[in-house]
Design a protein around this ligand. Structure first.
Ligand SMILES: [Zn+2]
Ligand SMILES: [Zn+2]
Length: 269
């Protein structure tokens, strides 16, 4: 499998990626494509404005399933263009059971996605609920014979306890998603070393590194970056986390390609 990062910014997505270009990863909001070994996209996680990056690949007879973690705008805004297009009915959009999309997207047909372990295309996909405000929100684990990754963009583990550092509990659903994967893609909304409040519904990047370490994961990719972080902040944060935790820590950028099986062999840890 191969992961393509199409959008890595948190936010409303209402500006359609009109950020300051390269300096903020293009400003595109959450979306990742997962390709099979032949390089064909077989699964999409989240549908923020980064979804536009694979518009041509969606306009096919059997488009890949799009699994939405939750209906905050930065995770669904990319569906907007498909609501008016003739092809809207052909998109296979799966949302947490009971989710209602924002009103401008309510013409988009969806099917409910439930917690469980699913076979989707060539992949095993594990779906678990994670705390994030009051909205039902999912994290995902995707695996095949060659590798595995977890994707948890929005996460407020403090709802389930302080955990060993006060950043939130390493709770069973998080461990279920993350244990033993090659790379954890986790939201990056705050830095414990900064004297800035953690945005509601989120935790600090240090939690992601701690969860990775707890779950024997050698690599963290920082995604779903808060608008407050510029590229230099993110590079410095990644460097610090790597040194503190003995992990490989990557700053995810729109356009990056990750191959989980190869990341897992990085240093033999
Ligand atoms: Zn959210
Ligand atoms: Zn979000």
């Amino acid at each position: 499998m191969r992961i393509r990062l199409l959008g890595v910014r948190a936010g409303s997505g209402s500006s359609s990626g009109a950020g300051s270009g390269a300096a903020d990863g293009g400003g595109l909001t959450s979306c990742i494509a997962v390709d099979d070994d032949a390089g064909v996209v077989r699964l999409v996680l989240d549908a923020g404005t980064g979804l536009a990056g694979i518009a041509d690949e969606l306009g096919v007879r059997e488009p890949p399933p799009i699994l939405v973690s939750h209906a905050h705008r930065g995770h669904v805004a990319g569906l907007r263009r498909w609501c008016d297009a003739d092809g809207a009915h052909r998109l296979d959009v799966r949302v947490p059971a009971g989710t209602v999309l924002p009103h401008d997207l309510d013409r988009m047909p969806t099917t409910p996605l439930r917690v469980g372990d699913h076979g989707i295309g060539p992949f095993e996909v594990r779906v678990r609920a994670v705390p994030h405000g009051r909205r039902l929100t999912y994290g995902f684990r995707v695996s095949d014979a060659m590798g595995a990754f977890a994707y948890v963009p929005d996460h407020e583990p403090q709802q389930l306890g302080r955990g060993p550092h006060g950043w939130g509990a390493y709770h069973p659903d998080a461990v279920d998603l993350v244990y033993g994967v090659d790379v954890l893609l986790h939201g990056t909304m705050a830095d414990a070393a900064r004297d800035v409040p953690v945005p509601a519904g989120h935790t600090v990047a240090q939690y992601a590194a701690g969860l990775a370490q707890r779950c024997h994961v050698p690599c963290v990719a920082l995604v779903h970056h808060a608008p407050a972080f510029d590229e230099r902040d993110l590079d410095a944060l990644a460097e610090r986390l790597a040194a503190e935790r003995g992990l490989r820590v990557l700053v995810g950028r729109a356009g990056d390609v990750l191959v989980p099986g190869e990341l897992g062999r990085f240093d033999g840890r």
